[in-house]
Write a protein that binds this ligand. Structure first.
Ligand code: GLV
Length: 330
């Protein structure tokens, strides 16, 4: 039997590639940039399985490019780049990598929160620009983290990870989610509030929900108008959760104090976006899950999903398990 063919749309950690190469003829896209659309389509035409990244647009057209494409395994927890109903309708299981990146991502979101509050990037720039002349009583002062109120929007795994970290900083923790988690409130010391209350009372607002049509631009001019003038927004979920034009106005006018973004709309952010000029806005290039160990685990999980899909077995972590009731492509 010839080995199945797999296309991997970027170089991923060896831990995952090794697993794939052991069972499949594996082609890996070598560029730093994602494969252009026509290349991705032509690679899919020759593949039984695809390892995708969140930078690939995975839609019905791509799935139809090859009726033998049996599985798509995304090396990410989020999958808003994938048309999941289209995959289900075609009998294609989709894998993702939940769980392994929770703590790494929450660590990073908390680091963003602290960096924005305590103005660490501004401090680094200040020293590098040779502006440090003396200790200054008013130099780069910012709000305290210890004892402040943290508002978590989206209380899934990563949101809960933020609450766990906040406890160590003696923070009052509020959360909002469409699913109230009464089972966790007492043990985690968190309080459920409506979105408006969260926005009004929080010193830090951190966003950890999925991106969908209901959550797109959840953080908009209305939301910023409800926040404290001293508040800081953290976003390590997906860029379109935040209306960037409204954020710019809110930061520029002092409606809110600061923002720290791991994700933008689009990615990368346009170089002429005025947010890049604001000292009270930190932007980093979507690296919240980028610890060496976590990326290796994500690659391993993505490989395990892909291999299961090639074998016609259930994916260990499948975003559309309903596909098995409908019947999968063989
Ligand atoms: C990263 O953003 C992911 O969804 O894994």
């Amino acid at each position: 039997m010839p080995k199945p063919k797999v296309f991997v749309s970027r170089i991923i950690p060896d831990e995952g590639l090794g697993m794939l190469r052991a069972i499949a003829e594996t082609e890996v896209w070598q560029d730093e940039l994602p494969p252009p659309r026509d290349v991705l389509l032509s690679k899919v035409k020759q593949s039984d399985g695809l390892v995708s990244l969140l930078t690939d647009k995975i839609d019905g057209e791509l799935m139809d490019a090859n009726p033998r494409l049996k599985v798509i395994s995304q090396m990410a927890v989020g999958y808003d780049n994938i048309d999941v109903p289209a995959a289900t309708a075609r009998g294609i299981p989709i894998g993702n990598t939940p769980g392994v990146l929770t703590d790494t991502t929450a660590d990073f979101a908390f680091a963003l929160l602290m960096s924005a509050a305590r103005r660490i990037p501004e401090g680094i720039d200040f020293v590098r620009a040779k502006k440090w002349k003396t200790w200054g009583p008013l130099l780069l002062t910012g709000p305290d983290v210890w004892g402040a109120t943290l508002g978590i929007i989206g209380f899934g795994r990563i949101g809960q990870g933020m609450a766990n970290r906040a406890r160590g900083f003696n923070m009052r923790v509020l959360y909002y989610d469409v699913y109230r988690r009464t089972d966790l409130e007492q043990s985690m010391g968190v309080q459920y509030v409506e979105m408006d209350t969260l926005l009004r009372e929080s010193d830090f607002v951190t966003v950890h929900t999925d991106l969908n049509e209901k959550t797109r631009h959840l953080m908009n001019a209305d939301a910023f108008a409800k926040m404290k003038r001293s508040a800081i927004l953290v976003n390590a979920s997906r860029g379109p959760m935040v209306d960037h034009a409204a954020l710019y106005d809110a930061l520029k006018s002092g409606q809110i104090y600061g923002a720290a973004l791991d994700v933008t709309e689009p990615e990368p952010i346009n170089l002429d976006n005025p947010l890049l000029q604001l000292p009270n806005c930190i932007i980093v290039p979507h690296i919240a899950s980028a610890s060496i160990a976590t990326r290796a685990k994500m690659a391993t999980m993505a490989a395990a999903n892909l291999i299961a899909g090639l074998r016609g077995e259930k994916l260990p972590t499948c975003v559309n398990p309903e596909v098995y009731e409908r019947g999968i492509r063989t």
